[in-house]
Design a protein around this ligand. Structure first.
Ligand code: SF4
Length: 349
């Protein structure tokens, strides 16, 4: 209710001032209770949520708050509502305009199966390799592969050659505020481009394996393309008519390409409503550190450790909960508030 919201505002205010708080009465915190099991013994989140692979963007969500990731699976209607809201506010139109600028002749192809859908991404990838080799800018470049035993999918916003000959990966981020992001948000963005580089580099270095791709994406190699996709592939001069044949072709294209690993990682921030550039940031690539972070993130997915939520005693973190759709019912947050309340009353005695 309103009193709870006000009280919690005051809590956050006090955290900012003193680093700890005496918290609202316990019964207030127990309102809106809807306890869910955040982790299940002997069942990893990959198993529990039937995940065979991860999207790179899921890692970024995880870097924000792992409890929020779990709630996203347990309360999908709330996640869908949040996604609809953020789709309106994330500058989807700026991304689309850029994509159309790079591919003015983009065509729509009807797909009938999961294999068709994934094949279309691989066909786009095959088409972009020679363009990139020729030094052209490419957009929406799919990256995929195995990292630390988990298969990842992602789509890179832009790849291009700089004047000095560096291969640059650039990710466009739109912001509702005309300012650069908070470090907590920037952390997820840096993680995203770092993981894209790991995937891209291993693809061009020949690490992608046919069996891994088919196994982790649960795709049928002998599945023939639908008639529309077949005609599209033929028009592009591709001989493949099944998903497996297309994967073989992709591996040959990557094997004989002269693409090199990415040299530079950039983030471009634009104001969402005006499209005006806010700023560019170059991201340092520290492979050892990134791989160590990745191992820790994946330990959650493998069920090797409990999920971590926001540290609500840290003012650099606590504000995340106020933007979260699960704030009212979050068990992690509630139990941290209770712990703080107990600490606060001990100190008061
Ligand atoms: Fe995470 Fe805070 Fe949301 Fe709970 S309320 S899921 S701790 S962001």
């Amino acid at each position: 209710g309103q009193s709870l919201a006000k009280k919690e505002e005051r809590i956050d205010g006090q955290i900012k001032k003193r680093g700890h708080v005496a918290v609202a009465p316990f019964e207030r915190l127990s309102n809106n209770r809807s306890t869910v099991t955040l982790s299940v013994p002997n069942q990893s989140p990959m198993e529990r949520f039937s995940k065979h692979h991860l999207n790179v963007t899921q890692l970024c969500e995880q870097s924000w708050c792992e409890i929020k990731v779990v709630y996203g699976f347990l309360k999908p209607h709330m996640k869908r509502r949040e996604m609809r809201r953020t789709a309106v506010t994330t500058g989807a139109s700026i991304h689309l305009a850029r994509e159309l600028e790079a591919n003015p002749d983009a065509v729509t192809v009807v797909v009938h199966t999961r294999e068709d859908r994934e094949a279309l991404k691989l066909i786009n990838l095959i088409q972009m390799v020679p363009a990139l080799e020729a030094g052209q800018l490419v957009r929406e470049f799919p990256v995929l592969g195995l990292l630390d035993g988990v298969f990842f999918l992602g789509v890179v916003d832009e790849l291009y050659c700089s004047k000095s000959g560096d291969l640059v990966l650039s990710e466009l981020k739109t912001r509702s505020h005309n300012s650069l992001p908070h470090p907590a948000q920037a952390k997820g963005h840096s993680l995203q481009v770092g993981v894209y580089k790991l995937l891209f580099d291993s693809m061009v270095q020949g690490s992608m394996k046919r069996d891994q791709l088919l196994h982790f994406l649960k795709l049928r190699p002998h599945q023939a393309f639908g008639s529309e996709l077949q005609s599209y592939a033929q028009k592009l001069g591709l001989l493949a008519v099944t998903f497996g044949e297309l994967v073989d072709h992709l591996l040959v294209v990557l094997h004989f390409s002269n693409l090199q690993p990415i040299d530079k990682l950039c983030l471009e921030y634009r104001h969402q409503s005006s499209g005006v550039l806010i700023g560019n940031r170059e991201v340092e690539f520290e492979e050892t550190q990134l791989r160590a972070e990745l191992r820790d993130y994946l330990a959650f997915w493998r069920g090797e450790r409990e999920p971590h939520g926001v540290d609500i005693e840290d003012i650099e973190e606590a504000w995340k909960c106020r933007m979260c759709p699960y704030e009212e019912s979050c068990d992690w947050r509630r139990s941290r508030l209770q712990e703080m309340m107990v600490d606060g009353s001990k100190k008061a005695k």
